[in-house]
Write a protein that binds this ligand. Structure first.
Ligand SMILES: NC(=O)c1ccc[n+]([C@@H]2O[C@H](COP(=O)([O-])OP(=O)(O)OC[C@H]3O[C@@H](n4cnc5c(N)ncnc54)[C@H](O)[C@@H]3O)[C@@H](O)[C@H]2O)c1
Length: 254
């Protein structure tokens, strides 16, 4: 068990990559605390984890509201006594060019995808420091490096996560807190399906559109990203901090 006796906090785990990560972490022995705005998905996840003997807690939290993040972390610490790992994963996919995006679009994407990550790091850090160290894994994206067309607000937010990761790594290294980010390419999740469907693309069209752009000629699976998150969160990555790990089937390799 790679995460035996660890306490892991994961945001946005009611769906997609976060959900698979929560299940994987629980199967590796971590106690998993999940925060999401989606309570139905969160509750079914808790049931799934408990069904295989794992330990999990769900809190309804909007990560863009600082007080909600603060209360969530305090609640987990009250229940379990500390924090070892944070996976900051909750995000919204706001599409459009700069001309199309509204002020509300910008406010939402920056509040959830940037400030939300920073708030989570802010409140877990003192807890990790008290325990002598910890690991933070942020979900960035290929969009942190290359621009996906007509996705300006989202691309911008993911570029920010790369720099937030480096800033945190720099500031928290003296406390033995490692901070890295995982950069997925196109992964088949409900978020991608929703965006594609809103653009009039069917589920089959999504695969046809993305697959040729990827060296491995297929979209990724949420479990494949979860495996990379597990590696960075685990002691096997003990000399890795401040780095982005591409999980993109080679999308950015050419
Ligand atoms: N799927 C991809 O192709 C892909 C590619 C690159 C990066 N990513 C990143 O991976 C992460 C997970 O993406 P996914 O595809 O699994 O998305 P998803 O939509 O399936 O899951 C995201 C979860 O975040 C939750 N959430 C949204 N806003 C929230 C808020 N304000 N507070 C709390 N929870 C909130 C949603 O309810 C949902 O459960 C995101 O950071 C995304 O940007 C995904």
């Amino acid at each position: 068990m790679q995460l035996a006796n660890k306490i892991a906090l994961i945001t946005g785990a009611s769906s997609g990559i976060g959900r698979e990560t929560a299940k994987l972490f629980a199967s590796e022995g971590a106690k998993v605390a999940i925060a999401d705005v989606d309570t139905v998905g969160g509750q079914t996840l808790i049931d799934e984890i408990k069904a295989f003997g794992g330990t999990a807690l769900f809190h309804q939290v909007d990560v863009s509201v600082e007080s909600e993040v603060q209360n969530w972390v305090a609640g987990v610490v009250h229940e379990w006594g500390g924090v070892d790992i944070l996976v900051a994963n909750a995000a919204v996919m706001v599409i459009g060019t700069v001309e199309q995006a509204t002020e509300l679009d910008w406010d939402r994407v920056l509040a959830v995808n940037v400030k939300g990550y920073a708030f989570c790091a802010k409140y877990v850090t003192p807890q990790m420091r008290q325990r002598g160290g910890g690991a933070i894994v942020n979900l960035a994206s290929i969009s942190s490096f290359v621009a996906v067309p007509a996705f300006a607000p989202y691309n911008t937010s993911k570029g920010a996560i790369l720099q937030l990761t480096r800033s945190l790594a720099y500031d928290l290294a003296p406390d033995n807190i490692r901070v890295n980010c995982v950069c997925p390419g196109p992964i088949y999740t409900p978020a991608v399906q929703k965006v594609a469907n809103s653009l009039g693309l069917s589920d089959e069209d999504i695969v046809k559109q993305f697959a040729p752009l990827i060296l491995l000629k297929r979209m990724g699976k949420p479990q494949e990203v979860a495996n990379a998150i597990l590696f960075l969160a685990s002691d096997k990555a003990s000399f890795i901090t401040g780095t982005p790990l591409m999980v993109d089937g080679g999308y950015t390799a050419y």
